[in-house]
Design a protein around this ligand. Structure first.
Ligand code: UD1
Length: 418
């Protein structure tokens, strides 16, 4: 068990380098096993979820070798099993991508129902609807999802809800389906595009990723590929918000500034200076922060995965801000912890009303999920005195070397292992 100890109110200054995107990595590792060949995945973040997934694909027969800590060589020529047991994947929700990948390649898959961060019911009905439309029979029994097909045939699939997971999973299953698959009302998130680019590099024929209509023309074979994962939009946003809350001056490098548009706009609205370069953003927050209202949306809207971090920021801004969460039904559990640091927040169902206070004060708190943990770190950086964050395992699922990166920016933060 690890804890993070932060002595707050240090102004962040300097440079931070963003790692590869977690949500792209957890899709691209399963995508690699469709190829029946060798793939080299570069710019992987060094985080728990990547380790868990690489072990999970090893268990079904792939061989995984880290050439260096960010580069994984996946040889999927000897995969024998289509069964991913609960033990190997229970901790990550993205394990459901093994379902699409195995179904696509072997026409059968049996994968444990996913776990992951807990912020509400997390159905996968749209994934299942997609697999069934392609011709698979899908059953859920004893905590396992089974999908089996004699053959997969392209279909028109209109998603009832814009779902990142369903969009990617259907793409994975459809790369070998006969004919054309069309996904309408598809998610447009950067990691959807990244996964499609990787599949195309292996020989898939996917068009339209990044728009709400994706067309997949089935192919007969894929080959290995070498691919570098995009930078992590949410990690970048977390450091941008940290710069704002500490009235700092931080250059966030190795990013795609376009992915940050919705956050950059909000930070400007809140009185920060946000400058963009080709692959960096500089956030300078000299002035008093003013409040803002935020509604989480699918991309290119404001990402739900930056919602908790923004709540932390609004809790010290001047005035009242309103956050409306439209993606997840129950993503405000962490607010009880922010209140322990002195935040003044009222929650009514999917709306949080945040009255900015002059100062947060350090306290002992507990991360309830990955991004909630990031919000507590951000609040701790701004709080007077010491903040101690428990349950760091959640934060480690998605942030590479979080305390080292913050220390480089001048934060007083350390990890204590019990
Ligand atoms: C992904 C991200 C997660 C992010 C979320 C929304 C990964 C590994 N995780 O999760 O960090 O918070 O996108 O940007 O990429 N839904 C259904 N039925 C389904 C699927 C989803 O009703 O079959 C609902 C969900 O309950 C949720 C909404 O659709 O309310 C969006 O979910 P989805 O985009 O699928 O999220 P994930 O892919 O699980």
């Amino acid at each position: 068990m690890s804890r993070l100890i932060i002595n707050g109110q240090k102004r962040l200054e300097g440079h931070v380098y963003i790692s590869g995107a977690k949500n792209a990595a957890v899709a691209i590792i399963p995508a690699a096993i469709i190829s029946n060949d060798i793939c080299v995945i570069e710019n992987l973040p060094v985080i728990e979820d990547v380790i868990i997934l690489s072990k999970a694909i090893e268990k079904i027969g792939a061989s995984c070798e880290f050439r260096d800590e960010h580069t994984l060589i996946i040889d999927s020529r000897n995969i024998k099993s289509c069964y991913a047991a609960y033990d190997s994947i229970k901790k990550i929700r993205a394990s459901y991508y093994l379902l699409g990948a195995l179904l696509g390649r072997f026409k059968k898959a049996e994968v444990a129902l996913p776990g992951g961060c807990n912020f509400g019911v997390r159905p996968i009905d749209q994934h299942i609807k997609g697999f069934e439309a392609l011709g698979a029979k899908v059953t859920v029994e004893h905590g396992m999802i089974k999908a089996i097909a004699s053959k997969l045939v392209g279909a028109n699939i209109f998603l009832d809800i814009v779902s990142v997971g369903a969009t990617i999973n259907i793409m994975l299953a459809a790369v070998f389906a006969e004919g054309t698959t069309i996904i309408e009302n598809a998610a447009k998130e950067p990691h959807v595009v990244d996964t499609a680019n990787f599949l195309n590099m292996m020989g898939a024929k996917i068009k339209g990723a990044g728009t709400d209509v994706i067309r997949i023309l089935g192919v007969e074979n894929l080959h290995g590929a070498q691919y570098s994962i995009i930078p992590d939009q949410i990690e970048a946003g977390t450091y941008m918000i940290s710069a704002a809350i500490t009235h700092g001056d931080v250059m966030v490098h190795n990013i795609i500034p376009k992915h940050m548009d919705s956050l950059s706009a909000k930070l400007r609205e809140m009185n920060c200076n946000v400058e963009e370069g080709d692959d960096f953003i500089r956030v300078i927050a000299k002035d008093k922060l003013s409040s803002s209202n935020i509604k989480t949306m699918t991309y290119p809207g404001f990402p739900t995965d930056l919602q908790p971090q923004m709540t932390a920021l609004l809790s010290v801004a001047n005035g009242t801000g309103v956050i409306t969460e439209t993606v997840w039904e129950n993503r405000f559990q962490y607010i009880a912890e922010l209140k322990r640091l002195g935040a003044n927040i009222k929650v009514d169902n999917k709306i949080a009303i945040i009255n900015g206070t002059k100062n947060l004060t350090g306290a002992q708190v507990c991360a309830t999920d990955l991004r909630a943990g990031a919000a507590l770190v951000i609040a701790g950086l701004a709080a007077q005195g010491q903040t101690e964050i428990d349950n760091v395992k959640y934060i480690d699922r998605g942030y590479e070397q979080i305390e080292e990166k913050f220390r480089m920016l001048g934060a007083d933060i350390k990890r204590v292992d019990d």
